[in-house]
Design a protein around this ligand. Structure first.
Ligand SMILES: Nc1nc2c(ncn2[C@@H]2O[C@H](COP(=O)(O)OP(=O)(O)OP(=O)(O)O)[C@@H](O)[C@H]2O)c(=O)[nH]1
Ligand SMILES: [Mg+2]
Length: 394
């Protein structure tokens, strides 16, 4: 199964709590505060990996949590940072938030996107010492990590996509020109999922070519197999329309597919195309295609069986597909971050005290505060100071 969609839930790690501690030394009767800070919570990060073909790993696991930050300790000891969770996804994975906004597009190998940031660690009581407050009896608890739902959608990134009716010879053509070995058979719908191949030019350039399951009339409305894969054509720079020239009028076959591309929309019907008239070995004389169509930037007559015309076709692909822009380095950020909500800074702080907790700043009322306290580790019976009030946590 080729999985090009997944829904995931991510939760970054909570920051570790700052420590509440005082120095104890043999000959120093009253040591100062020495509680260290908590560590940062781990992030949940997506990384585009060239070796992955689809999103099937997310069928087994959909929820991911960053590691919790370690608590600070006495003697100023800093808590360890929580472990980041790195999720590898195929190149071409797009991330949508729960409002269906495109958040990020992982369009090249190594592109990274932080989906949930870990919470910061709480400060230890050492940091709260001032000349007038030499024994701060409180420390900050760690901040919660970000949490969110996302939908991942893979849209293949190929320079060229092969389209055509079933049995036209798309997979045979990919076998001829690339390193990929898709299945070829004499029945329709042999190819059940997209296959990517790499085509090398004599001067060392490379192109990726996608073989997409055959399209039939009605594909854009879900007839047959190919329809659900039309989205994978969206990001191809050039379409190569493969036609079985021995199976009837090429112009008619061309139009059948073209109607589906137009019905699907998303610019597929305005994309530049080359037409490949295949299986000429079966014809007594070379076929011709008369179409007055400015999208068609070339017509090639080939035989995947004998190899006739293949070299010319391959050379043409490199001429027609412009050189890619400079590849981004391995550590690059994702191609674009369309929308990324800034982490909402909390308007209040939770401090841990000897007897329980103290809430400072502008705390929320009721349940929201209760939940924040529970997340900070409050238990029934703990004392909670809010402003002038001292309450008991229930
Ligand atoms: N004689 C001849 N047969 C060919 C040629 N190209 C492909 N075939 C045959 O046509 C049949 C279909 O080829 P495929 O490459 O599987 O076609 P496809 O377009 O990938 O088909 P789907 O995956 O079903 O959409 C196979 O039996 C191939 O051997 C050719 O140039 N000449
Ligand atoms: Mg095929």
């Amino acid at each position: 199964m080729f999985n090009d969609r997944a829904r995931i839930h991510v939760q970054a790690g909570r920051g570790g709590d700052g420590a509440l501690s005082f120095r104890r030394e043999k000959y120093v009767p009253k040591g100062g505060p020495d509680g260290g800070d908590g560590g940062r919570g781990g992030d949940v990060v997506l990384v585009a990996d060239a070796d992955l073909r689809d999103l099937s790993r997310f069928r087994r696991q959909r929820a991911f949590r960053g590691g919790r930050g370690g608590h600070g300790g006495g003697s100023g000891k800093h808590g360890a940072n929580g472990q980041d969770i790195k999720l590898a996804v195929p190149i071409g994975t797009q991330v949508f938030d729960s409002d269906r906004n495109l958040v990020v597009d992982l369009a090249h190998a190594g592109a990274k996107a932080v989906l949930a940031r870990g919470g910061s660690g709480g400060r230890g009581n050492r940091q709260f010492a001032t000349p007038t407050r030499q024994t701060p009896r409180f420390a900050e608890v760690g901040q919660p990590g970000e949490e969110a739902d996302f939908e991942l959608r893979l849209k293949l990134l190929a320079d060229v996509a092969l389209v055509g009716l079933p049995n036209a010879g798309k997979s045979s053509l990919l076998r001829r020109i690339s390193n990929a070995k898709p299945k070829v058979a004499e029945y329709p719908f042999t190819t059940l999922e997209p296959v990517l191949g790499t085509v090398d030019s004599p001067d060392g350039r490379q192109l990726t070519v996608a073989d997409v399951p055959g399209l039939i009339e009605g594909a854009s409305e879900g007839v047959g197999l190919g329809g659900e894969f039309l989205a994978h054509l969206e990001r191809a720079r050039l379409l190569a329309h493969v036609i079985d020239a021995a199976a009837g009028d090429p112009a008619e076959q061309f139009q059948t597919i073209d109607r589906e591309l137009a019905a699907y929309g998303a610019g597929l019907d305005t994309r530049p195309q080359v037409v490949v008239l295949n299986k000429v070995d079966l014809l007594p004389s070379p076929p011709s295609l008369r179409l007055d169509d400015e999208r068609i930037v070339g017509v090639y007559v080939v035989s995947c069986a004998t190899g006739e015309g293949i070299t010319e076709f391959k050379r043409a692909l490199f001429e027609l597909v412009p050189e890619p822009q400079e590849r981004a380095s391995d550590d690059a950020l994702a191609d674009f971050l369309v929308y990324r909500p800034a982490p909402r800074a909390r308007a209040f702080k939770i401090l841990r005290t000897d007897r329980g907790f103290r809430v400072t700043g502008r705390p929320p009322a009721g349940e929201e505060l209760e939940e924040a306290l529970r997340a900070a580790g409050a238990k029934s019976g703990d004392e909670v100071e809010v402003g002038e009030e001292v309450l008991e946590f229930q």
